[in-house]
Design a protein around this ligand. Sequence first.
Ligand SMILES: [Zn+2]
Length: 370
Amino acid sequence: MTTRKQVFQLLFKNKEVKQGDIVTSLGLEKSTVSRLFSALHKEQFIVLIRELAAGKQGGRKTNVWALNPDGYYGVGIQVQPASITFALVDFVGTIVTTSHVSIGDWNDLAVLYRELKKHTRHFISSCKKSIIGIGVALPGIIDSENGVIVSSAQYAQWNDIHLAEFLEDAVGLPVIIENNMRAAALAEQYLGLGQDTAHFFCIGVDAGVGLAVVADNKLYRGANGCANDLHIAVNPAGPQCYCGRKGCIEAIVGNHSLIQRINDPSIQTVDDIYAAVVNNNAVVKKMLWEAGAYLGQIIAHLVGLFDPEKIIVNGSVLKMGTEYLDVIRLAYKQHMYDMHGTHPPIHESVLGDRAIITGAGMLGLSPVLF
Ligand SMILES: [Zn+2]
């Protein structure tokens, strides 16, 4: 990693740093750091927060620096079923502007390409800011290094799609694509509950169920980049999953599958499910509690495998009420092998709905920042 990136990451994580501390933590010459900070300041990457006078006990005079939020920006794009969300993310990871557009059938590649190109160009020109790059978060198996959608169990046409190259050609900026839960994990790592946590994993439930594992401060991808899809069959007699098997955790807890199985015309959204729980709808509660119990069981298995410090959950599980989360936590504890007498806690993401799109925006900044 370049010295610049090391400095940027320290600034991003710590919000502000003393110039003298950079000399110590990166083991550089004072004159080198002084030249570097002066150049970064001139290029508008950093701002001077204050000057600290020399201490009476002999401490030296030093400058305190922070990243310049308004210096450079990243664009985050979140591709979801039938819609695309855009966000302008500043140099410290804050979302400045968002825009949401509905598209037709996203499984139709021609539609996805056309809409993505049109709306990305429009969004970028409307921002009128210095944009470093674009990060795109999507479900499925993503080869982030080569910018390719490898495959998706849910979308048959998503096969060996060179999306980054297509979008780079369309807008003339660097494009990084990433699996949506991994984008969320990046945001958690720097801005959410994953800060100062070397080992954690994120589980997101929406239409599907996604996983992102951070081990030893690094995102774990697996040999084939597939370590993010939770197509794990937990009940052979369970509902059919689009991946071809029965009783996949995704087919049990995913929103679409739940709504389909509830089979009640008045229940069409996650909010409807929550309302039914509040109204004590016995059918909905039974189905949801059963789903939550399976999810808790899967989390216990994953904890047994990866030994994290914490688990961060996100997505629709946060919209279905605390009772549902209690069911998940109880099943997790019941299935957990109690090695140390403690269980890593299951936390609700504090970034919530913003996690994926923030992570995507941070990926847009990654040519400079990460
Ligand atoms: Zn499946």
